[in-house]
Write a protein that binds this ligand. Structure first.
Ligand SMILES: Cc1cc2nc3c(=O)[nH]c(=O)nc-3n(C[C@H](O)[C@H](O)[C@H](O)COP(=O)(O)OP(=O)(O)OC[C@H]3O[C@@H](n4cnc5c(N)ncnc54)[C@H](O)[C@@H]3O)c2cc1C
Length: 360
C-alpha cells in the first residue's frame, strides 16, 4: 500500500500513476475535498522545455506525457495587454499560453482525483497523518518566499480572450508582476505578486495599482468587487528531497520557481518521478535533479536579474516590441554564450545570497 499525504497537484499526479499500475494507493487530504486550497482561479501552465513545440506543450498533451488524462477546465490565451512601467501595448504571442482552472468544480485537482478513483485509489478527507506514516509528502508550501493576492470583479468589459501582464515595481517590487485573467463571462481576477521583504504589502499594493494606473482603472471602472484570493509559495531546492525514507514532492520539497512563483510543472513532474522511483526502485533525488536542472538554473538566475534590474529588465526585453506585434518569447531571450555567461553568473550569486540570507 502506498500512502500519499496531501491531495494537491503533486500528490494526485503520483496517486493516478500508482493506481494505473494497479498498486494500492491512499491519499490523505487535510480538507474536506481536493481543490479546496484555492478559490477557483486560472493558473498559467509553463512549458516543460522552452523549445517544446505547441503540440507537446498544450495542457492535455503535457499531462498525458506524465501519465495523466483528467477531465478539467482550461483555455488558451494568445492575445494580451502588456504593460511596462511606461507603456501599454496589445500583443499576440506566437504560441498560446495554457490557463488551467485550479480550485473548485471543474479544476485540475478534481479531474485528477476522479481519474485516480476510477483506477482504484482511496481518498481519506479531513485526514492529517504524521509525515513518518507517508511514502510521499505532498502537503504544499511550508515557507513564504513570495505571496500573491487577487481581487475578483464582476461586470468588467475586459475582453474574454485576453489577459493583462504588468511589470511596474511601484506595485510589484523587485521585478514581480501584476496580471488580469478573465474567469468567466462576467468576472475578472486582478492579481498582484511580490516576494520577501514585500510579501505583507501585496494586498495594499494591488489596490494602490488599481487606483493609480489608468489602464487598470479603466478596466475596473463600473465593475463590482466580489471576492478575493491569496496564497504564498516557497522555493528552496533542497540537497535531497528524501527525509527519513519519505519522498517529498511539489512545494513540500521546496520545488517552486522563485522568479514568478510558478509551481504546477514542478509539482506534477516531481509527483510522478517520486511514484516512478518508488514503483521501479529508482533514485528519486537523481531523477528530479536531472529533470529540473536547466529550468531551476534559469528560474533562479532570472530572479536575480529581475531583482537587480526591476522594471529595466522587462523594459529592455520589450524595447523592440510595438503595439499589435506578434511576439516569440523564446527569441527575446538571450542566446548562446551570452545567455550561458549571464545565467550562470546570476545563478551563482543568487545561490550564494540564498545560503547567507535564506532569501532570493
Ligand atoms: C494565488 C496563487 C497563484 C498561483 N499561480 C500559479 C501559476 O499561474 N502557475 C503555476 O505554475 N503555479 C502557480 N502557483 C503555484 C502552484 O499553485 C503551486 O506551486 C502548486 O499548486 C503546488 O502543488 P503541490 O502539490 O506542491 O501543493 P498544493 O497544490 O498546495 O497541495 C497541497 C495539498 O495538501 C493538503 N495538505 C496540507 N497539509 C496537509 C496535511 N498535513 N495532511 C494532509 N493534507 C495536507 C492541502 O490541503 C492541499 O490540498 C500559484 C500559487 C498561488 C498561491
Amino acid at each position: 500500500m502506498r500512502r500519499i499525504i496531501g491531495g494537491g497537484l503533486s500528490g494526485l499526479a503520483a496517486a493516478v500513476n500508482f493506481a494505473k499500475r494497479g498498486e494500492k494507493v491512499e491519499v490523505h487530504e487535510a480538507r474536506r475535498e481536493v481543490g479546496e486550497q484555492f478559490h477557483a482561479n486560472y493558473q498559467v501552465l509553463l512549458k516543460e522545455r522552452p523549445d517544446a513545440p505547441w503540440e507537446e506543450s498544450c495542457a492535455p498533451a503535457y499531462l498525458k506525457r506524465w501519465g495523466l488524462e483528467p477531465e478539467f477546465t482550461y483555455r488558451n490565451a494568445q492575445k494580451f495587454v502588456c504593460c511596462t512601467q511606461t507603456r501599454e501595448l496589445t500583443i499576440t504571442m506566437k504560441e498560446p499560453l495554457p490557463l488551467i482552472l485550479r480550485g473548485g468544480e471543474g479544476s485540475l485537482e478534481r479531474g485528477l482525483a476522479a481519474e485516480a478513483e476510477q483506477f482504484g485509489a482511496e481518498f481519506h478527507y479531513k485526514s492529517r497523518p504524521k509525515p513518518q506514516a507517508g511514502d510521499i509528502i505532498a502537503t504544499g508550501s511550508y515557507r513564504t518566499d513570495m505571496a500573491a493576492f487577487g481581487a475578483y470583479y464582476e461586470n468588467s468589459d475586459f475582453p474574454r480572450d485576453q489577459f493583462l501582464y504588468m511589470h511596474d515595481e511601484k506595485y510589484s517590487p523587485r521585478g514581480w508582476y501584476l496580471y488580469i485573467i478573465p474567469m468567466d463571462d462576467d468576472t475578472i481576477k486582478v492579481m498582484n505578486c511580490c516576494s520577501r521583504p514585500h510579501t505583507k504589502k501585496v494586498r495594499r499594493l494591488l489596490y494602490k495599482a488599481v487606483e493609480e494606473r489608468k489602464v487598470l482603472r479603466d478596466i475596473i471602472d463600473g465593475a463590482k468587487p466580489v471576492g478575493t484570493v491569496g496564497g504564498q509559495g516557497g522555493a528552496e531546492f533542497p540537497r535531497s528531497a528524501v527525509r527519513d525514507g519519505v519522498y517529498y514532492t511539489g512545494e513540500a520539497a521546496g520545488f517552486q520557481d522563485p522568479w514568478r512563483g510558478f509551481g504546477m510543472n514542478y509539482a506534477i513532474e516531481s509527483g510522478v518521478l517520486a511514484q516512478r522511483a518508488l514503483s521501479n526502485g529508482g533514485n528519486y533525488d537523481q531523477m528530479w535533479k536531472a529533470q529540473f536542472r536547466n529550468r531551476k538554473q534559469a528560474d533562479i538566475a532570472r530572479r536575480g536579474i529581475f531583482a537587480l534590474l526591476g522594471n529595466r529588465a522587462f523594459e529592455m526585453a520589450m524595447r523592440k516590441v510595438r503595439d499589435g506585434d506578434t511576439v516569440d518569447w523564446e527569441k527575446m531571450n538571450l542566446q548562446g554564450w551570452r545567455k550561458w555567461l549571464v545565467y550562470s553568473s546570476f545563478y551563482s550569486i543568487e545561490m550564494a545570497k540564498k545560503s547567507i540570507w535564506d532569501s532570493w
